[in-house]
Design a protein around this ligand. Structure first.
Ligand code: 5GP
Length: 199
């Protein structure tokens, strides 16, 4: 029988480069990226069923009522949640499942699945985060300030995670991520060695 996959929960303030790290990690077939549901509108280039399932508030609340969300949170006035069914199926099939969710949802997951692997990705510093957001030049100073304030709030939760990756050099951050997962796969928390031989 195949071992159950790992449930990996990743949070990171916006502008941390988590998207880049995760797209590198996901090139490896051993991972399944859980597609979340949200009530926010799609951004340009986002595809329904790929980036998110874009649904209405009523639909979202209906799923909550039926117990179909593993976790959910409101973020900037919109619902975001992880559909339960697909995550369960993939774990059963032995796939490592990756949830990319904000801190409130991650804290719910910690209660629900304490044996999950909780990873926080942080920028090297707040000044570097500001620099990266400004360099992106897609937002006004006001929005950048709001994102930095949000990032500071989220960083207060970093020590509640099992691991922290500092995204300074991309290649190193990706390597760190893979090293964490490999170590977790080999952990005696998950694999029990048959010690009869030694008796
Ligand atoms: P964005 O609107 O920028 O795509 O996402 C906003 C925030 O929602 C990000 O911090 C992202 O990690 C988080 N998020 C995305 N999907 C989920 C989800 O299913 N549950 C929770 N709790 N947060 C999510």
């Amino acid at each position: 029988m195949k071992n159950r996959g790992l449930l990996i929960i990743v949070s990171a303030p916006s502008g941390c480069g988590k998207g880049t790290i995760l797209s590198e990690v996901l090139k490896d077939n051993a991972y399944y990226f859980s597609v979340s549901a949200t009530t926010r509108s799609p951004r340009e280039g986002e595809v329904d069923g790929v980036n998110y399932y874009f649904i209405s508030k009523d639909e979202f609340e209906d799923i909550i009522e039926k117990g179909g969300m593993l976790e959910y949170a409101t973020y900037c006035g919109n619902y975001y949640g992880t559909p339960k069914k697909q995550v369960e199926e993939m774990l059963e099939r032995g796939k490592n499942v990756l949830l990319e969710i904000e801190v409130q949802g991650a804290m719910q997951m910690k209660k629900l699945c304490p044996d999950g692997v909780f990873i926080f990705i942080k920028p090297p510093s707040i000044s570097e985060l500001k620099r990266r957001l400004k360099k992106r030049a897609t937002e006004s100073d006001e929005v950048i300030d709001a994102r930095v304030a949000q990032a500071k709030e989220e960083m207060k939760y970093a020590n509640k995670y099992d691991y922290v990756i500092v995204n300074d050099v991309l290649e190193k951050a990706v390597e760190d991520f893979k090293a964490i997962i490999r170590a977790e796969e080999l952990s005696t928390k998950r694999i029990k060695v048959d010690t009869k031989e030694a008796e």
